[in-house]
Design a protein around this ligand. Structure first.
Ligand code: FCB
Length: 471
């Protein structure tokens, strides 16, 4: 198989659902979504545009020019979707609030009609015995705040804290699980450095300012929520993480792995947990004439105590410090950091399937940061084929989930404190720059009719949860 070949995991048939003993006690099972990817109703009830509404209109930004105007129309199909979630037998549902629905324009008072939607959702979950696991920011910055400078501007961190307070005042009486940010690496790097996500800027220095202001926004919001909380509060942040290893023992490869780990993992977790930016990364940035815009008191705010670290895991990478031609400096004049394929099967996203990387990642996070963790996203896109009645025999997705759940179990057996798992995703949905072509759902969405059909992986997940719980 060539390194770029797409193929399903090597599974003749899907593994039958079975109990996973290491996950039987004190473990929370869930499914996850995010606002822009499923809600639709882009201009309903006072919602204003986010950077994703704007970005989707940029020619070439999203495959086939697709956008989230309608998405899964979850905003109007909430009751049906609540029934689907309950049918999967999960304990928790992870979703995000649309900032411009809650606070149109990103400033001023809360929008009662936007809040009413989340009231319905939260109340519906609680009525069904499902714990709402709320994320404040899953990438949909109000466009007006981008026009005022976006995340590279310090004021956005303050706006975020204010929005967090509005949201908490509206929902904090019923929601106890609060995640500030989803994957700030993606917001900063994909949005401001690489330009492949909204707002589509390509400025590395701006991206590093965005990193600091995202983390500051997290810290300020966390402080507000702690101050406001009168009852139990489980507060966290979700990061996208993977295991990053040197491709060989050569010094250049070890250096490349250090750089990748620095910019991908330690740049976030060191300030969040240890209250300081990693010195080697700060030095690497200085060599590029980039300084993080840190002011007095920022790191104290950023390192406010966390109850839980959300880990989103899809794949792992190994790095080489040389180009294929053996050069150690790239065309951009920077040291080479090149991901080298393992030669594993890949998902439809072209992401290699590396389940043992999840075990090693969780053990490393436990060792270096010591926080309780929850897998807030894990799952896979495959090129599903729907039968006439909508059924999807997605053995490849079942194989992926099975291998990764077992990887979590192995990490627990090794001492890592991981006490929950959310499958990404509940529904097929708008996969950002990939549009609707990449399907991650446990539940199929027919975008012509908005019909939902539980895939084989959804049935498998429900049975795995049931058997593992043993009740
Ligand atoms: C993560 C995002 C999520 C989804 C998955 C596939 O990076 O948090 O919204 O797109 O990837």
């Amino acid at each position: 198989m060539t390194a770029t070949a797409k193929s399903s995991p090597d599974l003749a048939a899907a593994p039958a659902p079975a109990a996973i003993p290491e996950l039987s006690a004190d473990f929370r099972w869930g499914v996850a979504t995010s606002a822009y990817q499923i809600e639709g109703a882009a201009d309903a009830d006072g919602r204003t545009p986010s950077i994703w509404d704007t970005f989707c209109r940029v020619p070439g930004a999203v495959v086939r020019g697709e956008n989230g105007d309608v998405a899964c129309d979850h905003y109007h199909r909430t009751a049906e979707d609540l029934a689907v979630i309950a049918g999967l037998g999960v304990d928790c549902y992870r979703f995000s609030l649309s900032w411009p629905r809650v606070q149109p324009g990103g400033r001023g008072p809360a929008n009662p009609r936007g809040i009413a939607f989340y009231d319905r959702l939260v109340d519906g979950l609680l009525e069904r015995g499902i714990t709402p696991w709320l994320t404040l920011y899953h990438w949909d910055l109000p466009q007006e705040l981008e026009d005022a400078g976006g995340w590279p501007a310090r004021d956005t961190a303050h706006r975020f804290a204010e929005y967090a307070e509005l949201a908490y005042r509206a929902l904090g009486d019923r929601v106890t699980h609060w995640t500030t940010l989803n994957e700030p690496w993606c917001s900063a790097m994909l949005g401001y450095a690489e330009g492949v996500h909204a707002p589509g800027r390509r400025d590395f220095g701006a991206a590093m300012s965005a990193v600091h202001h995202l983390l500051l926004g997290h810290g300020l919001a966390a402080g507000r929520l702690r101050d406001l909380a009168r009852g139990p509060l489980e507060l966290g942040i979700t990061l996208n993480l993977g295991r990053g290893t040197p491709a060989t023992d050569a010094p250049a490869d070890r250096e490349a792995a250090r750089r990748a780990d620095g910019l991908g993992t330690r740049l976030y977790l060191d300030p969040l947990v240890h209250g300081r930016y990693p010195e080697d990364v700060v030095a690497d940035l200085a060599a590029r004439d980039v300084t993080l815009p840190v002011r007095d008191g920022d790191l104290a705010a950023i390192s406010a105590p966390l109850d839980v670290l959300g880990v989103n895991y899809y794949s792992s990478h190994q790095f080489s410090g040389t180009t294929e031609d053996g050069a150690t400096t790239g065309e951009d004049g920077l040291p080479v950091v090149r991901a080298v394929p393992f030669g594993r099967p890949r998902t439809a996203m072209d992401w290699e399937i590396v389940p043992e990387g999840l075990t090693e990642l969780l053990l490393r996070l436990h060792r270096d940061y010591g926080l309780p963790m929850v897998i807030t996203e894990n799952g896979a896109a495959f090129d599903d084929v729907a039968e006439e009645d909508g059924a999807v025999r997605d053995v490849d997705r079942i194989g992926y989930l099975d291998q990764h759940l077992r990887a979590v179990a192995a990490a627990r057996a090794g001492g890592a404190r991981v006490d929950g798992y959310f499958a990404w995703s509940l529904l097929d949905n708008f996969e950002w720059a990939e549009g609707y072509g990449k399907r991650f759902g446990l539940v199929r969405v027919d975008y012509d009719t908005q019909r939902r059909t539980v895939k084989d992986s959804g049935h498998w997940y429900r049975e795995t949860v049931r058997l593992t719980r043993g009740r």
